[in-house]
Design a protein around this ligand. Sequence first.
Ligand SMILES: Nc1nc2c(ncn2[C@@H]2O[C@H](COP(=O)(O)OP(=O)(O)OP(=O)(O)O)[C@@H](O)[C@H]2O)c(=O)[nH]1
Ligand SMILES: [Mg+2]
Length: 515
Amino acid sequence: MAAFVDRVVLHLTAGNGGHGCVSVHREKFKPLGGPDGGDGGDGGDITLVVDSQTTTLLDYHHAPHRSAENGQPGMGDHREGKNGQSLVLPVPDGTVVKDEQGNIVADLVGEGATYVAAAGGQGGLGNAALASVKRKAPGFALLGLPGESRDLTLEIKTVADVALVGFPSAGKSSLIAALSAARPKIADYPFTTLVPNLGVVQAGDVRFTVADVPGLIPGASEGRGLGLEFLRHVERCAALVHVLDCGSLESDRDPIADFEAIEAELEAYAVEPVFSQGGEGVVPLNERPRLIALNKTDLPEGAAMADMVRDELEGRGLRVFDISALAREGLDALKYAMAELVAEARSRVVEPVPAAPVEVPRRHRRRGERAEFTIRREERNLEPLFRVRGEKPERWVAQTDFQNDEAIGYLADRLQRAGVEDGLFKAGARPGDAVVIGDDVTGVVFDWEPTLSAGAELLAGPRGTDLRLDERTRATRAEKRAEQDARRAARAATRAEMEAERRSGLWTDTDDREG
Ligand SMILES: Nc1nc2c(ncn2[C@@H]2O[C@H](COP(=O)(O)OP(=O)(O)OP(=O)(O)O)[C@@H](O)[C@H]2O)c(=O)[nH]1
Ligand SMILES: [Mg+2]
C-alpha cells in the first residue's frame, strides 16, 4: 500500500558563504601591486516550491536532512568564488510550514508558491573590496557567513471548497464517489480513508472541490482516533456537509447524537489564524455554513431513521437532505445546495484564496535596516558582563577572522561607527569589563579596551595602510599616472561593489565613505 505522509519535520542546512580572499597582485618588477582578493560566493538557499506532481511528503519522511551547496572562497586576481547551488524541494499544494516554535511561517497554496526555508550564508568580501584610501592594502578579508540551519515542520492541509465530515463508515467516500469522478476506497470497516480524497463536482455552472475527510470520532479534537490529523484538512473549507449514517446498527448511536458529537469536535478545534476564508478574521469550524446529508436511506431502517430525525434537525435551522450514496438517490438537490454555499463563500472573499504563486520574503537581508542593537548589563561570577545583541553586530562578529589582528581592528571600527562603543560607555562599562556580542553559544567574549585601538593607530599609522606601498620613489610620471588611473578604476569598482551591497541592505553603515 502506498504510504501517505502529510506531516514531516525537515532538518535544513543552507550553504555557507565562501570566505573572502586575501591576495596582493603580483607582477614582475611590481612586488606590491595592490589587493586583488576576490569575494566569496554566497551559499545556496533551500527553497520549498509547490509542485502539483507532488502529493505526499513521503520523500522527506525517508530523508528529512537536506542541505544546499556552500559558496566557494574568493581567489586572487579579483576572482569571485562560485555561488553555492540552491536546493529546490517540491512540496504538495496546501503545504503549511511551521518553525521550531510551532508558528506558521508559510502557507503554500497554488502551483509555484515559494518559500525560502533556509537562506544561504553571504559570501565574505575579499581584501580588494575592503580597500579604501585609508586602508590601501587590507591584510584581511571577511569570512563567509554560515548558512541558516532550521528544523521546519511541513503539514499538508487539503485545499477543498467543501469537506464531508462524519463518523467512520457513514458513507463519506461513497458520497464523493457518487458526486465526482474520484474513486476512493470504500469499505465497511472504520477508518478506511486515511487521506482525504479530493473530487471535482460540477453543479450547473459552479465547479467546486469536495474532500472526504477521514472519519471523526469523539475526542478527535484532542487527538483521539486519527483526530487532529483530519480536522486540519477541514480548515480551508468554506462549507461542511455532515454525512450522518441512518443505517447504523450500533445501539448507542443515532444521527442526532453523531451530529452533536462531531459538532463538539469542530467547536473544540482551534483553527490556526493564517487561514481566514472570508477576508477578515478566522471563521471557526463550527461556524462555517453546513448542510446535513442523511445517508443510507435506501435501507428500510435507514429511511425510517431519517423520518425520525429530520424534523429535529430542521428545527435547529439546518438544511437536511435524504440521500443514498450507494443507490445514488437525492444527490442533485444536495449537490446544488453545496454549489450555492460555495458560490456565496466565493463572493464574500475579497481577495480570492491565492491561486497565483505567493512569494514569501526571505528572512534576513531586509532593506533599509538600521544598525540596531541592545546592550544589557548582566553579571557572571560576581563580575559585570555587558551583552550586545543585534543582527548587525552579530553578523559582523561572524564575518571576523579572529586570527587576524587587522580583521579584529576592522570589527572594532564597525562597532565604533555603529555606536556600540558609545553605548557601552553609557551602559557603564569600564575598560577590562567583559563584553559578549551574541548569545552564549555562538557569541564571542572580549575584554573591553576602548582606547587601545585608537592608541595603537597613533603609534603605527592608520590601520590598514601598508607603508611599503608608499616607498616607490623612482616612478616616472607616466608610471605614476597609469598607476593612479588603475587605482582609481579599481577604487571605483570597489565603490560600486560596496554601494551595491549597501543598497541590498547589508552595509548601511558609512564604511569607507571618507575616501
Ligand atoms: N446501504 C448503503 N450503504 C452505504 C451507503 N453509503 C455507504 N454505504 C456503505 O457503508 C460502508 C462505508 O462506506 P464508506 O464510503 O467507505 O464510508 P466512509 O464514511 O468513507 O468511512 P471511513 O473512510 O472509514 O471514515 C461501505 O460498506 C459502503 O458500501 C448507502 O447510501 N447505502
Ligand atoms: Mg472513507
